[in-house]
Design a protein around this ligand. Sequence first.
Ligand SMILES: [Zn+2]
Length: 157
Amino acid sequence: MPDQISFRELLQDPLFKEWTKKPPKLKPLWYKSMPWYVYVRREGRWARKEFDTYPKAFNWLVSRLKAGQVEDAAIHCKRQWFSPPLVKVGGKRTYWPMPPGHRWCGLCRRPTVYNTFTKHHAMPAYIAPYELRCTICGGRQTLAPREYPSVLRSRFR
Ligand SMILES: [Zn+2]
């Protein structure tokens, strides 16, 4: 399995950065909810914090990134799947390209490395060790509706 590209590295990609800065639209709910988790890895351990709005989640994470306390991160949506950013190439739209060895997690809204786990920080209960799951949120790879082909090559190696 390749090393996962960190959130900080991902933000060096201008298109991904712009897309991440823009608060995504959520389908409305009739009840109040906390739709966002910010996942952060510090000293090798993942933790998460809940937020009711995207800007709050984003600003909280940015201040921690600036302080240099965060090894990796994601702004994860608990209830809605997002496709990768779209890019226009020669008048046609294509998906923002995945870094090698990575796959899109539409809940973490970033490319991640899917792996098998016997224990996962996001899931207290037993998990089947043969299932491929998102390193950050534990979402099953089979949950991903499809792959997102691109005519572009990733800037990441
Ligand atoms: Zn995920």
